[in-house]
Design a protein around this ligand. Sequence first.
Ligand code: GCU
Ligand code: CA
Length: 249
Amino acid sequence: MTNVDGGANGSRFALRIGATQSYAGGVRQQITVPAGVYRLSAFARTTGSLSAAQVTITDAGGASRTLDIPASSGWTRRELTEIPVSAGTATITIRAASGNGYLFVDDLGLVRTSGDTPPGQRYEAETAPAVCQGTIDANWAGFSGSGFCNGTNAAGAYAQFTVNPSAAGTASLGIRYANGAGSARAANLIVNGSAVATVSFEPTGAWTTWATKTMTVPLTTGGNTIRVDPTTTAGLPNIDHLDLGPTAG
Ligand code: GCU
Ligand code: CA
């Protein structure tokens, strides 16, 4: 690591990293952060034949996300958004891939874009007591936790969550999904056994592109089941998680 060159704005220093073995070395910084959803960004450029680089954030719970930095000779801003980070010490690691050249990094930023998701209010589709009528898969990147529910392509092949709101009342919830198919997939939203809404999961363009459907549902205290029940033979989109917002009276 050497500060030998100007930064992205031409006036300051940048961090320079070289690599002879792919992702073998790098620099690491630890930071204590509150829980939330974050954006990781950096200006980067590469020289010589350095093939690529990565900036990885690993949160206190061990969950990590990686910002890929392709080779580029000019300063380019790279960012990764919608990163869920749990409270505590997060580690950011910058590493260069193999090749004969350098990675320059400047203006590394970690910004909390939403504090809406308090710890414990995210329910992963792959974590019991959630039920997935299909398989828990991990083959399409971008999901949170360790996987997502790939429901069987059939009517009635549901994904179900059990949530515990802090109070009874109306709560907003967000269901994160990916629909790489060409048309929307329809489902009933069934709360504690009663259908309360219909949901249309529009195509997201790719199975690796995730979007969130937000709706408002009535909840009681204690455990509430929230079932997403597909109404056509196409079944559900891939379901990642459910975020429960605060309850209003
Ligand atoms: C593909 C894709 C699955 C998805 C399925 C579907 O097979 O790999 O992740 O669940 O399509 O259409 O539901
Ligand atoms: Ca499926």
